[in-house]
Ligand binder design. Structure first.
Ligand code: ADE
Length: 253
């Protein structure tokens, strides 16, 4: 059973690509490179989708049609929305909503027109396995991979794993006002990013089990544009690589 691994930014998959077994090959489809091969004993296709919902949806559809993947995991970073979450925490989606979907008054706010639903649930086995892999990696490996000075600079106190709603939209959220607005309109949402709900919609439409894992790179506030690139450069790949390696190891081949 082939697993598709998708990210929006190169840093989020660079170390995974480097670990693909010899014999992996690249297929170039629709301006994207699909890396096809074995990763830690599993048939995988790893691809950089680029940023935003359209990019993510197009990539997901190609993974399903052209590469016949049977499961999809999206890995990347997100901005924290809920109170009590911190940079360095991991959020695993149980459900995803497009926060910028609004065809009201024709359809209820957030509902995807003609599909009759506003949110899409991830697959329980995938998300539980990711959550366990994330907890284990945070406890056992993270302190050795990200040194204490950097953790303190990024205000990563004691990173932990949360499972809940993720909101996606074609907008980098970078102001306290926007955070307040999103908290008001989607009070359950833990994090905000730009792809997950699009992957979720396509997977729902094709009946493909999927999961979305996000590390909080910023608080989506007025400092987000500073925190985000720093986290991406120095921390994000350690999380993606370390957690997905454990996730793959935990699965039967
Ligand atoms: N991905 C990481 N941080 C984000 C933010 N603040 N807004 C949207 N997507 C993000």
């Amino acid at each position: 059973m082939t697993l598709g691994i998708v990210a929006a930014l190169h840093e989020e998959i660079a170390d995974l690509l480097a670990e693909m077994a010899p014999g992996a090959h690249v297929e170039h489809v629709g301006m994207r490179d699909y890396h096809v091969g074995r990763l830690h004993g599993h048939d995988c296709v790893i691809v950089l989708a680029r940023i935003g919902k359209v990019a993510a949806a197009a990539t997901t559809a190609a993974l399903i049609h052209r590469f016949d993947v049977r499961e999809i995991v999206f890995t990347g970073v997100a901005g924290g929305l809920a109170h009590g979450l911190h940079v360095g925490d991991v959020v695993i989606a149980d459900t995803l909503t497009q926060h910028d979907m609004d065809a009201s008054p024709l359809f209820p706010r957030y509902e995807v027109p003609l599909l009759g639903r506003a949110s899409f649930d991830t697959e329980r086995i995938l998300r539980d396995a990711l959550a366990q892999a994330a907890r284990d990696w945070l406890a056992e490996e993270m302190p050795a991979r990200i040194d204490a000075a950097l953790r303190s600079e990024l205000r990563m106190a004691a990173p932990c794993v949360h499972i809940g709603q993720i909101a996606s939209g074609d907008r980098f959220i970078s102001s306290a006002n926007e955070v307040t607005r999103l908290r008001g309109s989607l009070p359950q949402a833990l994090a905000v990013e730009m792809e997950g709900a699009a992957v979720a919609q396509v997977c729902h439409e094709y009946g493909i089990p999927f999961a979305v894992m996000r590390t909080l790179s910023d608080a989506a506030d007025d400092m987000a544009h500073v925190d985000f690139p720093r986290f991406l450069r120095d921390v994000a790949s350690h999380y993606s690589h370390g957690i997905l390696r454990r996730f793959l190891a935990s699965r039967r081949v």
